[in-house]
Design a protein around this ligand. Structure first.
Ligand SMILES: [Zn+2]
Length: 355
């Protein structure tokens, strides 16, 4: 019953910052993932799918659903599946095969509107929401539901969120809004309180690995997940061998910078040109492991899990400096979309490794 068509095109919106954009010739990204990636099932989404399907079957489909899912675990897929649930021409749960289901998967259905951040601002703007609300007020093309997917909804800016409020308060009949957000707390409570919350628990490591093997075939997916965390949909767009190599290179270079054998300026320049988000994730992990190594050296510290990185003994820095640097790395990751001088910002962080 809980079938559904897999999007042929990946929604760009669910590609988190750790996932480099698939550029041709890119050493890490495996490029757009087709067919295999799409193949289900997504076991960690099944609970949410079952509950949405039951509500729909009972005639209790909400006007607005807020899919709360961490980045890279298929929240975008679930949003489209939900659209298929109400637009499928066969009814009884999305068949995944009818023309409607296919059009939803390809984002070509006349009664489906998908709103994503504009590329230049990385935000969803008020004009986009006004346009959406005007469109939702019109009669549906096929006499059924009109569905809007807003993804990621936590990029709605304040004005856009306010503009959406009226439609959420008085939705036209047979309207379904699906908001996808990793951090719904960024949205105004007036908005989230009008949505039915659909929480997606992140997959377990075993579920992620099994899914990746099915979607992409054998590979050292464990190593990829060690780097990027439990984000299988993101992992599926990466090349495991290249991620492993990049992680090892990052660790070696950081040790070399600390010992004075590598130049922070040259490194910052090199890293900022290619795979910077992934480099920053590796740097973040490296710092975390340094902190763990420092803490575990303290016999009174609680036992911590086995480390993916083995920070060499001489790389254990002053804890306060490490935390400061970690904040800096996270700040830079969050600011990557903004027009900043990446190389300069990174250079300043790498320089502090020597202080
Ligand atoms: Zn169908």
């Amino acid at each position: 019953m809980l079938r559904g068509l897999i999007p042929e095109r990946r929604a760009v919106s669910d590609a988190p910052s750790v996932s480099p954009s698939p550029v041709s010739g890119d050493p890490v990204s495996g490029g757009p993932v087709s067919g295999g990636f799409a193949s289900g099932p997504w076991p960690w989404l099944e609970e949410a799918m079952a509950s949405l399907a039951a509500a729909h079957a009972a005639g209790r489909t909400p006007h607005a659903a807020l899919v709360q899912a961490a980045q890279g675990i298929g929240g975008d897929w679930l949003a489209k599946w939900t659209a298929q649930l109400v637009l499928c021409s066969k009814g009884g749960g999305p068949c995944g095969e009818c023309a409607s289901c296919r059009r939803v998967a390809e984002e070509r259905h006349p009664d489906l509107i998908v709103v994503r951040p504009t590329e230049d601002s990385q935000q969803i703007r008020i004009e986009q929401v006004r346009e959406l609300c005007a469109e939702l007020a019109l009669t549906s093309h096929q006499g059924g539901y009109k569905v809007a997917i807003i993804d990621p909804a936590d990029t709605l800016n304040r004005f856009a969120a306010n503009a959406l409020l009226k439609t959420l308060e008085e939705p036209p009949p047979r309207t379904l809004l699906v908001l996808v957000a990793a951090q719904p707390s960024r949205l105004p409570a007036t908005l989230t309180s009008r949505c039915q919350r659909v929480r997606v628990r992140p997959p377990t490591r075993a579920q992620s690995l099994a899914w990746l093997e099915r979607a992409r075939g054998p590979g050292d997916w464990e190593a990829v997940l060690d780097v990027i965390g439990e984000a299988p949909a993101t992992a599926a767009s990466l090349d495991p061998a290249a991620v492993g190599a990049l992680r090892a290179d990052t660790g070696r270079t950081l040790d070399a910078i600390r010992s004075g054998a590598a130049d922070p300026v040259v490194t910052a320049e090199r890293w900022s040109r290619s795979e910077l988000p992934l480099r920053l994730t590796c740097l973040e992990n490296w710092l975390t492991e340094c902190l763990r190594a420092g803490l575990t050296a303290d016999p009174h510290a609680p036992e911590l899990r086995a480390t993916a990185y083995s920070a060499s003994a001489d790389s254990v820095m002053n804890t306060r400096a490490l935390f400061r640097l970690l904040d800096g790395v996270r700040g830079l990751k969050a600011a990557l979309a903004a027009p900043i001088n990446r190389s300069l910002a990174l250079e300043s962080l790498l320089r502090s490794l020597r202080e």
